[in-house]
Write a protein that binds this ligand. Structure first.
Ligand code: ZN
Length: 423
């Protein structure tokens, strides 16, 4: 006994070395079209060390029973640093009056809701005041619980465009923003805007080729940057080894962005079949954010009239676009634009995708292996396979028979640590 105690004092890691085995009736590995029966995943430390193998004698077994195990979900388009409520005008006032530190504390609540819904990795595409950087680092340091984050800092766009602030009269004391806050005009400033975001910690660059729904100054579908400016933003980001996500509703802007070499088009509401064919040929991903369209277009009356009009138009156009994207064979990565809808509702995107003709297996792949490849993290996450980080979630029943089961994630493991087990 004394000897054992001594050994544990000297080598406390011996206590942690016990592997964990997760058992369940079914497993979806993130790549296939089908379910594997009688799943056994062996986790040692942060990683998966075997799938379907034998159970080591000294392991801790978590037997979840008649459920399906899946790779931790990935949301390619969130804003964990904010969240819209039912009253647009009240939201506006409250966000204006909040200190960045308060906003960061709120963001920790959104991060927890997101991971508890089964999302162990997110791409945060647009934030202010470096709250996204703070949250990412806090999660990485273990200070707060949340998904692994790739962050873009400020989204980049033109004066008056979707990346700029609202047209609050300068007489009220609001300063026009510049390249540090992502607002740029001309090739030089656009390159500077990219460099500023990378300087302060951007993993990915987000920019605004077209107008947006939730902004007061711009038409939703107009191109807001010149071809030269788009080329400069994408080239600069790629030089620094960062991928580029392009916010685009309009078709012409999307074509320019694809021409510039972006990695993904976000939203894409008004894109035509020819543009979708270009995306397929160049391997550009679509991140459709159907939930955002549903949430804004379906509640348009809460917004000021210019936004309401844009929200309805985008919602009316996006279903046909999405069906055309599937038909064309465009790579589709799961993304919700959560913040527009409440954090934690992310899984509702699955049923919206299958409702517009995507197969349940393809929808699940879009939130696992496909999104991992878009984000460039497929060497670590996105599938349940030997050597990958142990990001594993469980849902009741079989999500290939009923996709709504994804809305009932009750078990979440991130990097080998159980974050939630509500069984
Ligand atoms: Zn967004």
């Amino acid at each position: 006994m004394k000897k054992l105690l001594f050994a544990l004092l000297l080598f406390p890691s011996a206590l942690l070395a016990q592997p964990t085995v997760i058992k369940a009736a079914r497993l979806f590995d993130g790549t296939s079209d089908t379910i594997v029966r009688n799943a056994v995943i062996v986790v040692d430390g942060k990683r998966i060390v075997s799938v379907g193998g034998t159970i080591p004698a000294d392991s801790r077994v978590i037997d979840l029973g008649d459920v399906t195990l899946l790779p931790g979900f990935i949301d390619s388009h969130v804003h964990l640093t904010a969240q819209a409520g039912d009253n647009w005008y009240l939201d506006y006032f409250q966000e204006l009056m909040r200190q960045p530190a308060e906003q960061a504390l709120l963001a920790t609540i959104y991060a927890r809701k997101t991971i508890e819904a089964g999302f162990t990795t997110v791409r945060n595409v647009g934030a202010t005041d470096y709250v996204d950087v703070g949250l990412r680092n806090a999660i990485n340091n273990g200070w707060v619980v949340g998904p692994r984050m790739l962050v873009s800092l400020y989204a980049i766009g033109a004066t008056g465009g979707h990346g700029d602030g609202d047209p609050i009269p300068p007489a009220r004391g609001y300063q026009q923003q510049g390249p540090m806050q992502g607002v740029c005009n001309g090739v030089g400033e656009c390159r500077a805007a990219v460099r500023y975001q990378i300087k302060y910690g951007a993993d990915v660059i987000k920019f605004m080729p077209s107008g947006g729904v939730l902004s007061l100054s711009d038409p939703v579908d107009a191109p807001e940057l010149s071809q030269e400016e788009m080329n400069a933003i994408v080239e600069e980001a790629h030089h620094w080894g960062r991928k580029v996500a392009a916010h685009c509703h309009g078709d012409a802007a999307a074509r320019m962005a694809v021409q510039a070499g972006v990695d993904s088009i976000e939203h894409g509401s008004f894109m035509k079949p020819e543009t979708l064919a270009m995306m397929r040929d160049k391997g550009v991903y679509l991140v459709p954010t159907l939930l955002a369209g549903e949430w804004t277009g379906g509640r348009a009356d809460k917004f000021p009239p210019p936004i309401a009009m844009k929200a309805r138009a985008a919602l009316a156009a996006r279903s046909e676009m999405f069906r055309n994207a599937i038909k064309a064979g465009v790579k589709i990565a799961f993304g919700t634009d959560s913040a527009v809808s409440p954090h934690g509702m992310n899984p509702q995107e699955f049923a919206l995708m299958t409702g517009l003709g995507m197969s349940p297996a393809a929808a699940l792949r879009s939130a696992t292996s496909v999104a991992a490849t878009l984000l460039g993290v497929d060497d670590r996450v996105g599938t349940i396979a030997t050597g990958k980080l142990a990001d594993i979630v469980a849902v009741p029943g079989n999500p290939l028979d009923d996709i709504h089961q994804t809305e009932h994630v009750f078990f979440v493991m991130k990097e080998g640590t159980v974050v939630k087990n509500a069984k």
